[in-house]
Design a protein around this ligand. Structure first.
Ligand SMILES: [Zn+2]
Length: 198
């Protein structure tokens, strides 16, 4: 099985729209962050290229990657996101997940950098614990981050990466994106509540 070079433009369009939405919602800083979708065959993901700016991200910045041998089709001179192995690890661990979104949204990321835990609030799905799950710090793009974050996402749909950012998964890209907005929203509420109580 070689790499089917045909690109699915519907999937690419969803990722581009979502990247722009995430930029508009101030959930990304600089060129950080990455988004992927698993295609219907389950053999390929579409993922944002490394070093892309979500504000100006376009069709050519989405790369198709074979999840088994990491070979890829790129319409640009860039390579797949440095977190590609993390995304693939999640898809290999979860049959129900079709999209992964990683952002550095300011409030959730502030909690990830602080010694305060981010409490789960009512309002979005099942509450799986008192606090949003966290993964210890490992360098971005490292094998250890890919391993430990994809393991944490076996049982969770949203995980804070210590001293780094936020990653969410969903049955589609809209669900994963909404979860990012939800976590960022509760982080903001919790931050303001904390300030009011000082
Ligand atoms: Zn990151």
């Amino acid at each position: 099985m070689g790499l089917n070079k045909v690109m699915n433009n519907d999937i690419i369009e969803k990722i581009v729209k979502t990247a722009h939405h995430i930029y508009d919602k101030d959930m990304i800083l600089g060129k950080a962050g990455n988004i992927s979708i698993l295609d219907d065959s389950g053999k390929f993901i579409y993922i944002t290229a490394s070093g892309t700016d979500f504000k100006s991200l376009s069709y050519n910045d989405i790369i198709k990657v074979n999840i088994n041998d990491l070979s890829y089709v790129s319409r640009c001179d860039k390579v797949p996101s440095m977190e590609t192995s993390l995304h693939i690890g999640v898809y290999k661990n979860r049959d129900d997940v079709k999209s992964v979104v990683h952002v550095h949204s300011p409030y959730a990321t502030a909690f990830a950098f602080s010694n305060k835990r981010l409490r789960q609030l009512e309002g979005f799905g099942e509450i799986t614990g008192e606090y949003i799950a966290e993964v210890d710090y490992y360098p971005p793009g490292s094998k250890k981050l890919a391993k430990y974050a994809s393991e944490a996402l076996k049982n969770e749909d949203k995980v804070l990466l210590k001293d780094h950012g936020l990653i969410t998964v969903g049955m589609d890209i809209d669900e994963a994106t909404l979860l990012c907005e939800y976590v960022e929203g509760i982080a903001k509420t919790q931050y303001i509540t904390h300030m009011l109580n000082l």
